[in-house]
Design a protein around this ligand. Structure first.
Ligand SMILES: Cc1cc2nc3c(=O)[nH]c(=O)nc-3n(C[C@H](O)[C@H](O)[C@H](O)COP(=O)(O)OP(=O)(O)OC[C@H]3O[C@@H](n4cnc5c(N)ncnc54)[C@H](O)[C@@H]3O)c2cc1C
Length: 285
């Protein structure tokens, strides 16, 4: 799929392009609209340490380039792309290089959260590197039962959290199966982050939820620059622009690179209507 020209054309719905230059071009356009970015070099579950080191080097270049643009753009990465399945020590060393560079630049590294088999290792790594360098934060998934306790610990350590609903297929033993429970957990974690967290990032396209977050922030007089909304590139552009126009901080997660297939499939799985979009494009002349 990743090398087929027809399939690649479809990927542009959610992916900025294959190269760093293309991602920076998107970042420039968004900057003009008052929207900032976190860049994600696509790739996960690498199978050799050489690939992990290559990913680290691409990220080092990305961090420098986005910093040079003069936005408060930053980067988001997945630990399995940095070698977590191949060795924790090697993975920590790769991420540490990037976090140390981000600290030098006054920038920031966000560690995405993958499936629940990685939650403990991801949180441990982030706590460890934050204690040494700052400049790193993590993601909490509202669908996991454990997230309230994890969030409390992150807030106590002063670590920035991005809150999302969660994108992986998890068993009922670890995650709420019902959407209404996930939404309720999201709201309750938002309140906790707004009260005790450091510059929370609320990552969702759920308009009803966003309305309730805005309401809560207004009631508690939380300033609009004390948190940010985050959304994915290519999803709900209308809502992104409206929030920015209303004076909220908005950051888009902008993926780029050749290894777009797993990311793309997660986006399709989230919304069946996307499959019709793909089919329509496949049959369009
Ligand atoms: C910035 C950002 C970073 C993220 N990082 C992580 C991470 O590290 N780990 C992780 O597990 N998950 C991550 N996610 C994904 C997240 O967990 C959800 O799977 C995803 O955001 C969909 O949930 P939602 O909150 O938008 O709400 P939903 O209830 O799923 O959707 C609400 C509405 O948003 C729109 N929408 C949502 N998804 C799509 C889509 N794919 N295509 C078109 N429209 C859509 C629709 O209008 C839908 O009705 C991230 C999401 C964002 C925005």
């Amino acid at each position: 799929m990743e090398t087929s020209p027809a399939a690649r054309r479809l990927s542009t719905r959610f992916v900025a392009g294959e190269t760093l230059e293309q991602a920076l071009e998107v970042a420039r356009k968004l900057k003009a609209e008052g929207i900032t970015v976190t860049l994600d070099h696509l790739g996960e579950s690498v199978t050799t340490l050489e690939e992990a080191a290559e990913a680290r080097d691409v990220y080092l270049r990305t961090l420098d380039a986005i910093h040079a643009m003069g936005t408060d753009g930053n980067v988001s990465l997945k630990l399995t792309q940095f070698g977590l399945d191949l060795g924790t020590a090697e993975c920590v060393a790769n991420v540490e290089r990037l976090v140390a560079r981000a600290a030098e630049l006054g920038s920031f590294v966000r560690v995405d959260m993958e499936s629940s088999e990685y939650t403990d290792r991801t949180l441990n790594l982030v706590h460890e590197l934050h204690a040494k360098h700052g400049a790193v934060g993590v993601v909490i998934q509202a669908y996991l039962y454990r997230s309230q306790a994890d969030t409390e610990k992150l807030c106590a350590a002063g670590i920035r959290v991005r809150l999302c609903k969660g994108a992986y297929l998890e068993p009922a033993a670890v995650a709420y199966p019902r959407k209404s429970d996930v939404d309720a957990a999201y709201l309750s974690l938002t309140k906790c982050l707004m009260e005790r967290g450091v510059y929370p990032a609320l990552a969702t396209h759920d308009e009803a939820l966003i309305r309730r977050i805005r309401q809560f922030a207004d009631e508690r007089r939380v300033p609009r620059d004390a948190f940010e909304f985050q959304m994915l590139y290519g999803i709900r552009r209308d809502l992104q622009r409206r929030l920015a126009a209303d004076g909220y901080r908005v950051r888009l997660y902008v993926p780029f690179g050749k290894a777009w297939y797993p990311y793309y499939m997660r986006r399709l799985a989230e919304r069946p209507a996307n499959v019709f979009f793909i089919l329509r494009n496949l049959f369009r002349r």
